[in-house]
Design a protein around this ligand. Structure first.
Ligand code: G3H
Ligand code: 13P
Ligand code: ZN
Length: 326
């Protein structure tokens, strides 16, 4: 086992103050997933250039892919890179979709400043008990905790579901008070991945269930709400991917207008992963198709990274409203 290191040593921030400011300010903190150097460089560059607070998040799959010790020092490097650019933006290091107490504990002891315990697939009382256990341990180390009520469709590492169930507003007060969580992820119609809705030609995807969100807001006023599955699945990237040999037919995401509406409410953390994956894949495919003799990864990854910077700046500035809020 590697030496225990807590988040304060890495220079990352927990989410408490970020969320307070976001709820009061009517914007949402972006939570971008990362698995490799180029993704993290792009997130830091874009958030520094837009002066946006940011949560960089790591799934169990990312941890397996990149190595937990490597990830810890990458997050530390992200903070140092931002400071060297003359920026004071707060950067939180968050575990996305933690599926056990042991995983959350390992992340807390590895420098994470925030963890999600996703007990949304469990029976209600089991979800409460597991979440409470994680909160007790996390708060001993000043680490903030995100819980989840209601199930999103799609694959979330070990936490998988074929169907979604909306969050029941009548459960939220009890869940928040019994668990002591710092934020709550809810299910109002989003799902993970690039195929969020089945829509016919010319049809619009169904709107998110803002009625459920409003009822939740009335029951726990000012409490930080989290929206997963919030990629917009930008059509230009789908077209580029398909043009250069990919096959992503029928990919659809959440409209930017719906996300703007959510960000202005008590939704104060918006999770985006698939959009970044699509942007990078589109640019790598385009670059390699247009430069068939090129084999230096720096060349095609530079193209992918530049596009990710552009995408994240756009999200912060025109969708989440987090630009200028650091
Ligand atoms: O919600 C899931 C995230 O997009 C992470 O995906 O488990 O493939 O790393 P992953
Ligand atoms: P997307 O698949 O819509 O990007 O959602 C990401 C997410 O919720 C990560 O937890
Ligand atoms: Zn998620």
């Amino acid at each position: 086992m590697s030496k225990r290191i807590y988040y304060q040593e890495l220079g990352v921030a927990n989410t408490r103050e970020m969320f307070l400011k976001a709820v009061n300010g009517g914007y949402a903190i972006p939570a971008y997933n990362f698995n490799n150097l180029e993704q993290l460089q792009a997130i830091v560059t874009a958030c520094v250039e837009t002066d946006s607070p940011v949560i960089v998040q790591v799934s169990k799959g990312a941890r397996n892919y990149a190595n937990e010790i490597m990830l810890r020092y990458m997050a530390m490097g992200a903070v140092k890179m931002a400071r060297a650019m003359g920026s004071k933006i707060p950067i939180a290091l968050h575990l996305d979709h933690g599926d056990s107490f042991e995983l959350c504990q390992a992340c807390i002891e590895s420098g994470f400043s925030s963890v999600m315990i996703d007990g949304s697939h469990l029976a209600y009382d089991d979800n409460v008990a597991l979440t409470r256990k994680v909160v007790e341990y996390a708060h001993e180390h000043d680490v903030t905790v995100e819980g989840e009520l209601g199930v999103l469709a799609g694959i979330e590492d070990e936490v998988q579901s074929d169907h979604s169930t909306y969050t029941k507003p009548e459960e939220v007060e009890d869940f928040v008070s019994r668990t002591g969580v710092d934020s709550l992820a809810i299910s109002i119609g989003t799902s993970h991945g690039a195929f969020k809705f089945k829509v016919g030609p010319g049809e619009e995807p169904p709107p998110l269930r803002f009625d459920i969100l409003h009822e939740i807001e009335q029951r726990i006023p000012g409490f930080p709400i989290v929206l997963h599955g919030s990629s917009s699945v930008v059509p230009e990237y789908i077209e580029l991917i398909n043009q250069y040999g990919g096959r992503l037919d029928g990919a659809v995401g959440v409209s930017e207008e719906q996300l703007r509406q959510a960000a202005a409410s008590s939704v104060c953390k918006i999770n985006i992963d698939s959009d970044g994956r699509l942007a990078m894949t589109a640019k790598v495919r385009e670059y390699l198709a247009q430069n068939p003799a090129e084999f230096d990864p720096r060349k095609y990854l530079r193209a992918a990274r530049s596009e990710l910077v552009r995408l994240i700046k756009h999200k912060n500035e025109t969708v989440l409203g987090s630009a200028g809020q650091a």
